[in-house]
Design a protein around this ligand. Sequence first.
Ligand code: ZN
Length: 296
Amino acid sequence: MNLPKKVIHFAWKAAKDMLASKEALRQRHIVVEDGCALCGAPTENILHILWFCAHAKEVWSSSKFSLPFEVGPNWSFLDVMVKLQRSEELRPGLMERFVFVCWGIWKERNVIRTRGRCKLGRITLKNAIGLMDEYQMTNEGPARPATVGPELRKVGLGVLIRDSAGNVITAMSWPLVGPLGALEMEAKAVEIGMRFALDVGIQDAVFESDALEIVNAIQGIVAPCSSILLIVEGIHQLACLFRSCCFSHTKRQGNIPAHILAQFSSSLVSYVAWLETCPSHIEQACFQDISVAPIS
Ligand SMILES: [Zn+2]
């Protein structure tokens, strides 16, 4: 998604349920009066503020914006984002517009609460969309021509699982093809590696990736950019399935066998896995890797 950092940060907090809605404050045992101050609804959670509240409805109804699905009363912001991501192929850019307008509604809601004045819904909408267009023009140049379908990208994924002595337990080469950006593919690679590790019964794992941004996002050092938000969410859920699980960044030169496996996948149409044996084309690199940097 092509959005300013502050809007991405907003979306991240909304998806993690970290915005200060009254419901969230009560869950943190901070006493606040019940209900939505703007429309009097009994519960004020994030999706109420951004979608169901009379104020939000006024904003959305003043646009031609429509979601390709019905938002359920008990949904979270993350539920909406997951659905939107699935719709992205059919309605490219819809998620960006949705997030930007939500950010506008959130900002306006905070102004109303502190100053009591309220812009008309269509003004809030116009300001939010205007800021989005301005941002995208300055960060992207002229609008990209509409594409017929999503751009498919192929990246090679190499997964190598070794025991604490560095011996290869299992290895995999996977040609990953999808309508995803480079960063999303890197995040997806970690997720696939984790699933693979679970499939072969690994309980304690250290996952290494050469994508520093991904590792930092997983570790919570930086807010994940919105395009990988959901994948990082999935990675956190998968991490709970291990007895112990941590992530570390390694330079590509630091994991040559996995890099060879990734390159090897370019000649494949589907994935190949080696169980309890070291593929011959990485044997030498594995041996060198162990002698240079033993895993403790
Ligand atoms: Zn309300």
